[in-house]
Design a protein around this ligand. Structure first.
Ligand SMILES: Cc1cc2nc3c(=O)[nH]c(=O)nc-3n(C[C@H](O)[C@H](O)[C@H](O)COP(=O)(O)OP(=O)(O)OC[C@H]3O[C@@H](n4cnc5c(N)ncnc54)[C@H](O)[C@@H]3O)c2cc1C
Length: 455
């Protein structure tokens, strides 16, 4: 059996390793236009900020290690066309002026996503970076170590992580976000809280400009020197990092007749099968099922890519496991502030026609006399009609994410706020107050439901 895999970061590398374990005699060839395979893009901000010196710690498995297991890795080889009628892929060897066809019995598409480049004049100047690949991380870190000023375009989770990285490299950083708030995948009140909390700790180290747009980079042959904004600001910079979101690499699949879903990413079933027989897709190039509502969502996250790569391999090898979907769980950090969420936000619920009811509590994350006590704010959301929990968001310097993680199980189980309030969470002073803030939130939420029932 010949298994061909396109792309080799999280989904593709996982699929290759799993397929080899399942079918040791299969011929497995992985083609990627990248210079590395099997790496942690998620770790790039932490490498850039200087947590460790050797970027190779980001590499999970080298091409040599794959080869030892009998998996053939073809770096700098871009797939340009899928010919499903003859079960072949046209591959272009980058820099060699050469293209060739490879045959497959099973094809796994794991070509991921790429950064969105906003329309800013002179965006192709030197020292304007995106952050996606190993080379990006190496180049940004080198530049950060020799620089004083930078600008980040975009206040989503990668922009926020890059803000921490550059601040820790002592680079004075301006983050420009065109929307009125940052971290817009949270509800507006929580995004506002994130902004307020970050502004409190910014000092002279960074500034966040919201409702502002970068219109032009200006510089010379050596690179960008100045960023101009819509409101007329001129910000001197040594470099810029664009973190304006990502979009799925769907072109090669679409051109082969593979169906896209309603989110614009590749449509797959729970076995990661596309509409064309023997072609599977996984990772950032596919859309997911959002378990809470059974609707489609595109959530380009490494954790999803890994799980999907595993299922794509199992299906390609004849197995029958499924990937049922995601809850929308995510977590990130900027300096000492953590931000996490799972399930639906109130605004997302409304777009799906669900009437949400929510409670927001701000509490200590531990007993107040503990030296490392910190505030956390939790927002717990339920469906007004059914009482079932829909989601949770957590922000704070304290341990908010462990509370959000607790809610994930409740979402999977379909618990109501009242049922969740009966949860027996752990307690000791270094870990939580006697009644955990999450249970406080659940209690208030279930009281709201009792009030609805009584009235
Ligand atoms: C800075 C940063 C921080 C992140 N932090 C987190 C985090 O904390 N938690 C989390 O869950 N996720 C995080 N992510 C997201 C996570 O890295 C991605 O979801 C994950 O890398 C997706 O893996 P993938 O294999 O689907 O796609 P990709 O990582 O995009 O890999 C696809 C590969 O395919 C190659 N390719 C593309 N087109 C072709 C072609 N035609 N032919 C051959 N090869 C091709 C690409 O060059 C690339 O090497 C982060 C991402 C970034 C950039």
């Amino acid at each position: 059996m010949k298994i061909v895999i396109l792309g080799g970061v999280a989904a593709g590398a996982k699929a290759a390793a799993k397929a080899k374990r399942l079918l040791p005699d299969a011929q497995i060839d992985l083609y990627t236009d990248d210079t590395h395979v099997s790496y942690s893009a998620c770790g790039l901000p932490y490498y850039i900020e200087g947590n460790f010196e050797d970027y190779r710690l980001l590499l999970v498995r080298s091409p040599g290690e794959f080869e030892q297991d009998g998996i053939h890795i073809h770096l700098k080889n871009r797939a340009v066309k899928i010919l499903s009628s003859t079960k072949q892929v046209l591959i272009e060897a980058l820099g060699e002026n050469r293209a060739f066809l490879v045959d497959y019995d099973k094809l796994i598409i794991a070509v991921g996503a790429r950064p969105v480049i906003p329309q800013i004049r002179n965006v192709d100047l030197n020292n304007v970076f995106t952050v996606r690949k190993i080379e990006d991380g190496i180049a940004i870190r080198k530049k950060a170590e020799e620089s004083s000023n930078a600008v980040i375009i975009g206040g989503g989770y990668i922009g926020i992580e890059m803000l921490e990285a550059l601040v820790r490299q002592n680079v004075r950083t301006t983050l420009i976000e065109y929307a009125p708030t940052i971290m817009q995948n949270f509800d507006d009140d929580m995004s506002e809280l994130i902004l307020v909390e970050l502004n409190k700790i910014s000092g002279e180290r960074f500034e966040i400009l919201t409702s502002e747009i970068a219109t032009e980079f200006s510089g010379d042959n050596s690179g960008v020197k100045l960023v101009r904004t819509g409101s007329g600001k001129e910000i001197p910079v040594d470099f810029a990092v664009i973190c304006a979101g990502v979009k799925p690499n769907i072109e090669i699949a679409r051109d082969a007749g593979i169906m896209l879903g309603e989110t614009g990413a590749i449509k797959v079933n729970k076995r990661m099968e596309t509409n064309i027989p023997d072609i599977y897709a996984c990772g950032d190039c596919v859309e997911e099922n959002l378990i809470v509502t059974n609707t489609k969502i595109w959530l380009p996250l490494g954790t999803n890519a890994n799980k999907e790569g595993r299922i794509a391999a199992i299906s390609a090898c004849g197995g029958n496991e499924t990937f049922d979907g995601v809850l929308g769980s995510a977590v990130t950090r900027c300096l000492n502030l953590s931000m996490s969420m799972t399930g639906l936000t109130e605004k997302k619920a409304r777009t799906l026609g669900i009437e949400p009811v929510s409670v927001t509590v701000t509490k200590n994350d531990k007993v107040g006399y503990m030296p490392d006590v910190n505030n956390i704010t939790l927002k717990l959301i339920a469906d007004k009609n059914t009482g079932k929990l829909l989601g949770c968001q957590g922000v704070g310097a304290g341990d908010a994410d462990k509370r959000v993680n607790t809610v994930t199980s409740a979402l999977l189980a379909g618990l109501t706020a009242e049922e969740f309030f009966k949860n027996d969470l752990t307690y000791a002073p270094p870990f939580s107050p006697t009644i955990d803030p999450l249970l406080n939130a659940a209690q208030i939420l279930s009281e709201k439901f009792s009030a609805y029932t009584e009235s």
